[in-house]
Design a protein around this ligand. Structure first.
Ligand SMILES: [Zn+2]
Length: 392
């Protein structure tokens, strides 16, 4: 006896199978049956009529900076009125303004703000969201951000430690000393409190070098934590190859990654996470190496990269549309990017990302004629129901 069954549904399982008249049953928070409706001859305690809706695996946003205080709308406004970066910094803008606001906010205020934002993901059928720290840059605030992320309700949260996001004011000119502090004090404390699912670094000329990134990754390794990387967004620092060297779950951004970097990712089995929101918002021109990723068979995931500075984007659907319009991904690639491959980017491929027996009963029902419609439409919100298993 199954707990529930959905009949009269179209199923895009994201394993390659499309079932136009299907049934999907769940038991104990897992998918317990999936297939053609005419083959369904079992029993379930409750029976739902999907009324011809499409069922897809719930969306997974594998790269966000969802927890922070304040926003940077004023900075956006100043820039559009012609202010330079220097003037914006003088007016108190930039990433360090988010750091100041986040340090000053209480845990309760941060939870309330993030929970409000998160309602957009829930409305678009997402059930798993990765959340990074990185606006604290001191021990207490980094831990506070991770605790806040763990308190968020309505989705399954995966927390990523991003203490090496940017250099805090008190360490200006002393980047190596800051990396010491991250490796010796902050990350071990966060790991000790069991607040960390993965470790990330912003490897970039304006942030941390390859050598500094490697030191953080070595520290993660000692603590038994998987790594991921903000790599090659603004220049080719060899971030993709470095991520691959450490067997990273994912390398993210990748606009400037070389062919060798892509081949290394393929060899390591790392996922390429593309972030069209930041590409759009920063009006970047250099496209990520899509052809090389395809040629090398690197799995491509997509994410919103939601953050107040470079990607104030709260919509997985719009991120998919942007990936197709700006990066020329196919709708199928975009959907895989927010389901199957996003699960893999979080190390959750055994339990999430496809409609298969044994996986979490996380899925969404959509009032659409074909899955491509989700990617094609801009501003539509045709999610009619979202199902989520409680605990993972
Ligand atoms: Zn990011």
């Amino acid at each position: 006896m199954h707990d529930a069954v959905w009949l009269n549904a179209k199923l895009a399982t994201m394993t390659g199978a499309v079932i136009r008249d299907g049934a999907l049953a769940t038991s104990g928070g897992r998918i317990s049956w999936v297939g053609e409706r005419h083959q369904w001859n079992e029993k379930a305690r409750s029976e739902h009529d999907a009324r011809g809706a499409w069922i897809l695996p719930a969306f997974i946003d594998c790269h966000t900076h969802l927890v922070y205080a304040g926003n940077r709308a004023h900075e956006f406004e100043l820039r559009l009125k012609g202010a330079s970066y220097e003037e914006i910094a003088k007016a108190g803008g930039g990433i360090l303004s988010t750091v100041r606001a986040t340090r000053g906010a209480s845990e309760k205020e941060l939870v309330a703000a993030a929970q409000r934002r998160l309602s957009r993901w829930v409305a678009e059928g997402a059930t798993v969201v990765e959340v990074k720290s990185g606006y604290g840059l001191d021990r207490d605030t980094e831990l506070k951000m991770l605790r806040v992320a763990r308190l968020l309700a309505g989705v399954t949260v995966r927390t990523t430690f991003l203490g090496a996001h940017t250099l805090p004011e008190e360490y200006q000119g002393r980047a190596d000393a800051y990396i010491d502090f991250v490796c010796e004090e902050v990350l071990p404390a966060a790991a000790e409190e069991k607040l960390v699912d993965a470790v990330d670094v912003f490897c970039e000329r304006i942030a941390f070098s390859r050598a500094q990134t490697a030191r953080v990754f070595d520290c993660a390794k000692r603590l038994g934590l998987p790594v991921k990387l903000h790599a090659d967004q603004l220049s080719d620092l060899g971030g993709a190859a470095l991520a691959a060297e450490y067997g990273a779950l994912s390398a993210d951004h990748l606009e400037y990654s070389s062919e060798q970097g892509v081949a290394a990712l393929a060899h390591a089995g790392s996922v390429a996470v593309l972030l069209p929101g930041a590409f759009y918002f920063l009006r970047e021109a250099r496209l990520p190496p899509i052809a090389a990723l395809r040629r090398n068979g690197v799995p491509i995931a997509l994410a919103t990269d939601h953050n107040p500075g470079s990607s104030p984007l709260s919509s997985p659907l719009l991120a998919m549309n942007m990936a197709c319009t700006l990066f020329r991904l196919t709708p199928e690639e975009a959907l895989a990017g927010f389901t199957r491959n996003a699960a893999r980017a979080l190390g959750m491929q055994a339990t999430h990302g496809t409609l298969e027996v044994g996986k979490a009963a996380d899925f969404a029902l959509w009032e659409i004629d074909s899955p491509a419609e989700l990617v094609y439409a801009i501003g539509a919100a045709p999610c009619v129901r979202r199902e989520r298993a409680d605990k993972w």
